[in-house]
Structure formats: structure tokens, C-alpha cells
Design a protein around this ligand. Structure first.
Ligand SMILES: C[S@@+](CC[C@H](N)C(=O)[O-])C[C@H]1O[C@@H](n2cnc3c(N)ncnc32)[C@H](O)[C@@H]1O
Length: 258
């Protein structure tokens, strides 16, 4: 992948800060138990998975929790995340982390893959999903949890969300479905997880975007600018959720048996 957006460095900087805050996951929290990973684990337990890939694995915590009987690999674009994941899970057997992009050919074939809030960063969703599908065993499963654009109304919050998150573009629910179909993946289940997500109070969001926007302008270094931009972009994503323009979707896909 040609990293013209500086995504690897952006994720290195953000991850350093997230880890300093002692957070170990980088996805939305559910408001009540089960947690997102527990919920996903229950879905995945219906399948025999010997070799699992976490596509965009963060610090490897979801992967460690969902670890199958066999091998589990975590792919991340960030070298900092990979090193941190190796440190955090040292001694855990059959867990391996590597850096690279899911937009490039992968070194292995997997029975199943999970993608939690990572596919939105694709520069071309169709080709990224097709690439992943080519590395699934026949009949293998892809489990995707993602922020997806829904509804038709134009929103002024899209541009700052794109900028803050370094996204190439925003993908709609229909584009996810079409990317899956073009990659030969059959949609087995789609569930709207939005009602489960713990959201900030929408009345305080304008103040939050304003404050983070101000901090972003006075960020003393590029590293801080990356961190504040991520939180600033995230506050606009919260506003997009608050106005109903985004949903948190679970897609369960099956690769063809041949
Ligand atoms: C929002 S974080 C989610 C991390 C993790 N899935 C979790 O739930 O904690 C997005 C992840 O996607 C990864 N990522 C973004 N673009 C990527 C790419 N092109 N190839 C591989 N990983 C990528 C980042 O490095 C990061 O680990």
C-alpha cells in the first residue's frame, strides 16, 4: 500500500497516547455486558476456527480473547502497535503479530478473519475486501464490525470526520454489501449494534468539537497534532451518530465452498 496519508505514523502516535492512558482496545464500548468481544466470541463459537486473522488488530486484545484452538495472527499497519501487542501478550502461545496492510497480499490463508473498525481506512474498499477474501479458506468466515454511513441526508460533520481520521472517503452500508458480494462473500447475517453502543451525551458534543478544534490549532508537535486530530475527528463521528447518519454494523460473511 502506498501510505500517502501517513496512516502508519498517525496510528503509531495515537497508539502511544492510548496506551499511556492505559486503554487496550480501540473500538466502541458496549453500554452493558456482554462486551463487543464477548458478543463476537459467542457468534464465532458456532464455527471451527483453527487459524484466525485479526485485520487491524490494535494491541491484540480482541484477538487474545477470541483465540481459537489453533493459531491466531494479528495484522496492523502500525509498528508501535505490533511491538506493544508482542509485549502485552508475551508468553501467550500461538499468538503472532505482523505489520503490513490489508490492501496488500497477505502471507497466509485463514479459516476466519475479524475486522473491528479497521476497514473504514481502506483507500479502496472493494479491492481491500477482495484481497481478504482471496486469503480465506473455502467456506471460511469474515466477521466485520464497522462504522457505516446510513441515511441520505447531507451532513456538515462528514468533512471534519474524514480529516480527523485520515480517511480517503466514507463508505455507505450499501457499499460494504456490494464489496462483499463482488469479492464472492455471501452475507449470512447483518445486525445493527448501534443500540448496544455507549454514546456520549449529545448535548455536550458541540462544546467538545469546539474545544478539540482549538487544541488542534495549538498542538505543539506533529505527534500531538495527530493525537488531537484523531479525538477531534472522533467527536464529529459522535455527532454523525447523534444525528442518525451512522450505524455500528456487524456483517457475517461466508467464502464460497470451492
Ligand atoms: C480503530 S483501530 C481498531 C483496533 C482493534 N481492531 C480494536 O478493536 O481494538 C483500527 C486498526 O486498523 C489498523 N489499520 C488501519 N488501516 C490498516 C491497513 N491498511 N492495514 C492494516 N491495518 C490497518 C490500525 O493499525 C488499527 O490497528
Amino acid at each position: 500500500m502506498d501510505d500517502t496519508r501517513g496512516l502508519a505514523e498517525y496510528y503509531d502516535d495515537l497508539s502511544r497516547f492510548v496506551l499511556w492512558r492505559r486503554a487496550l482496545t480501540m473500538h466502541k464500548a458496549f453500554a452493558a455486558t456482554p462486551s463487543l468481544t464477548q458478543w463476537l466470541g459467542r457468534r464465532m463459537s458456532a464455527f471451527t476456527i483453527d487459524k484466525l486473522l485479526d485485520v487491524g488488530c490494535g494491541f491484540g486484545v480482541p484477538l487474545a480473547e477470541l483465540r481459537p484452538v489453533g493459531e491466531a495472527h494479528g495484522l496492523t499497519i502500525s509498528a508501535f502497535q505490533k511491538d506493544a501487542a508482542e509485549r502485552i501478550h508475551r508468553g501467550t502461545p500461538n499468538l503472532k503479530f505482523f505489520t503490513g496492510s490489508y490492501e496488500d497480499p497477505l502471507p497466509d490463508i485463514y479459516d476466519a478473519m475479524i475486522c473491528i473498525e479497521s476497514l473504514v481506512f481502506a483507500s479502496d474498499l472493494h479491492s481491500a475486501v477482495s484481497n481478504l477474501a482471496r486469503h480465506l479458506t473455502p467456506g471460511g468466515r469474515l466477521f466485520v464490525v464497522e462504522d457505516v454511513r446510513v441515511g441520505r441526508k447531507e451532513s456538515r460533520f462528514e468533512a471534519p470526520y474524514l480529516e480527523g481520521f485520515r480517511l480517503e472517503r466514507i463508505y455507505r452500508d450499501s457499499e460494504f454489501e456490494s464489496a462483499f458480494e463482488c469479492a464472492g462473500l455471501a452475507l449470512e447475517q447483518k445486525i445493527d449494534l448501534t443500540p448496544r453502543v455507549s454514546m456520549g451525551r449529545s448535548r455536550s458534543l458541540p462544546l467538545k468539537t469546539l474545544a478539540l478544534g482549538g487544541l488542534r490549532r495549538i498542538a505543539p508537535t506533529k505527534r500531538w497534532a495527530n493525537v488531537i486530530s484523531a479525538y477531534w475527528g472522533g467527536s464529529f463521528l459522535e455527532r454523525l451518530y447523534a444525528e442518525g447518519s451512522f450505524s455500528y454494523h456487524y456483517y457475517q460473511l461466508r467464502a464460497s465452498a470451492t
